[in-house]
Design a protein around this ligand. Sequence first.
Ligand code: MTE
Length: 361
Amino acid sequence: MPPLEPQPRLRVRQESPLNAEPEPGALIASFRTPNELFFIRNHGDIPTVDLETYRLTIDGLVESPLSLSLGDLRRFAQATVGATLQCAGNRRRELIEVSPIPNELPWSSEAISNAEWSGIPLRQALLAANPRPEARHVAFLGLDETERHGHRFQFGGSIPLEKAMHQQVLLADAMNGEPLPPAHGAPLRVVVPGYIGARSVKWLSRLTLRETPSDNYFQAKAYRLFPAAVGPDDVDWDTGLMLGEAPVNSVICSPASGDRLPAGRVTVRGWAMAGGGREIARVDVSTDGGGTWQTAELEAGGSGWTWRLWQAPLDLAPGEHEILCRAFDSAAQTQPAHPSQVWNFKGYANNAWHRVRVVAA
Ligand code: MTE
């Protein structure tokens, strides 16, 4: 494994494989997350990639299979896209408070970050390989390996070909104007704006066009949503909803739960994110359990592919307070009140109203 770049301000959730998220306040200090603060989600160790021999294979249902070096890839027209990545397991800790979720990382609400990605639109590489008419999905394969149920295999996933042909979906080799760091997928990763982070496959080695979604474990079993009554012992993996577009979500990053604040005017700040390219239309905050809501101010900057940062001034009387937030997206979809309404045994897609408890004195 190559030496890891320093991650000074990340909270490490797991050393090996490395999984880490920034502190809540640091996360929203700027619209674009600096590379060294961007959350890291790895299912295996970061692979060592030889740039000389590196090739991206494009195969499956194509007329012209390709094997492209990094030099070949640089000959395609370049593009830059702002996109927020969020792990489907973000906010799992609140689901665990409802009922235990063993063997999954207890992410707080910081497994999300926003960057400007540069590279080539995936559609260009796909068009160069000339997809056959029956191709419906693009499967991605990473160079990293992981083990599940006694099998060792590479991380993978897929997206529908229709989504892959959107101009925003990139094969990225740069992040915030710097070469892609090893922890984020160097030399090349997919960036799928509007979808759960798992589909943005890092250390990309292969694109395979298929009639059906990828049969990789991380597409066929993990990252599927099951009803609350289904558990690991009675799960029929084929029946779960394959996660793609993320649900609308919002979180209070400041103040943090447990903070003691001077009574009076407090500025509440956080992020809001819609899935599938939808825009954030409104963010509300409440201090009376959701009885009444105050509209927050959305900060400038952002698109349907990125988060929106927001803030709201609140007057807090001396005493204990629970501050809540919820967002609406441009399809008028909003968030459920409580994590118990979305609990699932893998702990994905928690978008319940976010709550922080503070004391004003
Ligand atoms: N790609 C590979 N090859 N291996 C992985 O473990 N993790 C996925 C995705 N791509 C992963 C991967 C998950 S679950 C997420 S949320 C994002 O990468 C996180 O990207 P980041 O580490 O750059 O934040």
